[in-house]
Design a protein around this ligand. Structure first.
Ligand code: NAD
Length: 263
């Protein structure tokens, strides 16, 4: 099946591991050219070369901290200099830290906003002129189930991520006529490297086996397991491809049934 992704240039942010990596790999498998970033140069290049070896795709990487506007601009410009165009943007970053409300000062809130909201705004603002030049493009934001249902302790995620969905609805409306689509993928618990560390910590702190620690995390998930990163990437592939050609301004939960609300 032709997904319309052959030689499309995809920017994938925060892609050295976890969900971002799975998205870059999935898009490369579907024929896209990948420009990926993350902060740590060694881990990033290892991830990029693994995708190259596994798919034969063209994969280029640049160390970028998505909280730094000048680094975002440089990544976008260097991608266009190299590949002439950008067709797809996947926004992603590490999650904001878990902080109790009364212990969270203005500086921490600002950092959370820079990481979770402003990075998305700046990436989108940077690619839109390039999308307009080639007659359209696709934006997929990685957000979270916290948009629909607050996650205990993840205050900043619960507060800031809904703003990304507000941004998505606004921009979907503003840019639909220019063939620019924007949608969100909302993962539930996903077994990435970061979550594997949380499971390992739980094993130590509670003196339980890995299976028992996992069961503590998954007891509230109807499917009783976490997602694999590739299952989140499948949803990103849908939004980035022509399979979703009439879909914009939407959000897809990939959460094993975790969110109970009537949406
Ligand atoms: P992860 O920690 O495994 O990977 C995060 C990636 O982001 C890494 O490549 C890291 O290098 C990169 N990164 C972090 N901060 C960055 C920055 N400032 N600039 C550039 N790159 C940066 O995380 P993950 O589990 O893959 O999660 C990805 C996103 O999805 C996060 O925002 C997370 O909160 C969200 N999410 C994850 C889950 C889950 O269960 N894994 C569930 C819901 C939402």
């Amino acid at each position: 099946m032709d997904l319309g992704l052959t030689n499309q240039v995809a920017l994938v942010a925060a892609a050295s591991q976890g969900i971002g990596y799975a998205c870059a790999l999935k898009l490369a498998e579907a024929g896209a050219i990948i420009s990926m970033c993350a902060r740590n140069p060694e881990r990033l290049e290892t991830a990029a070369s693994t995708i190259r070896e596994r798919t034969g795709a063209t994969v280029w990487s640049l160390p970028v901290d998505v909280t730094q506007p000048d680094q975002i601009e440089a990544w976008i410009q260097q991608t266009v200099d190299r590949f002439n165009q950008i067709n797809i943007l996947v926004t992603n970053a590490g999650g904001p830290p878990a902080t109790p409300f009364m212990a969270t000062g203005d500086g921490q809130w600002q950092k959370g906003v820079d990481l979770t909201l402003m990075s998305v705004i700046r990436l989108i603002r940077g690619v839109i002129p390039h999308f307009q030049r080639v007659g359209g493009g696709q934006i997929v934001n990685i957000t979270s189930v916290s948009v629909y249902q607050p996650i205990p302790r993840l205050l900043m995620s619960n507060v800031i991520r809904p703003a990304v969905h507000g941004l998505t609805k606004s921009l979907a409306d503003e840019y639909a006529a220019e063939n620019i689509r924007i949608n969100n993928v909302c993962p539930g618990y996903t077994l990435t490297e970061r979550v594997q560390e949380l499971v390992a910590d739980k094993c130590k702190s509670e003196g339980v086996s890995e299976a028992e620690a996992l069961a503590m995390f998954t007891s509230a998930i109807p499917m009783r397991r976490m997602a694999q990163p590739a299952e989140i990437a499948n949803a990103v592939l849908f939004y980035a491809s022509t399979l979703s050609s009439y879909v914009t301004g939407t959000s897809l939960l990939v959460d094993g049934g975790f969110v109970k609300a009537n949406l």
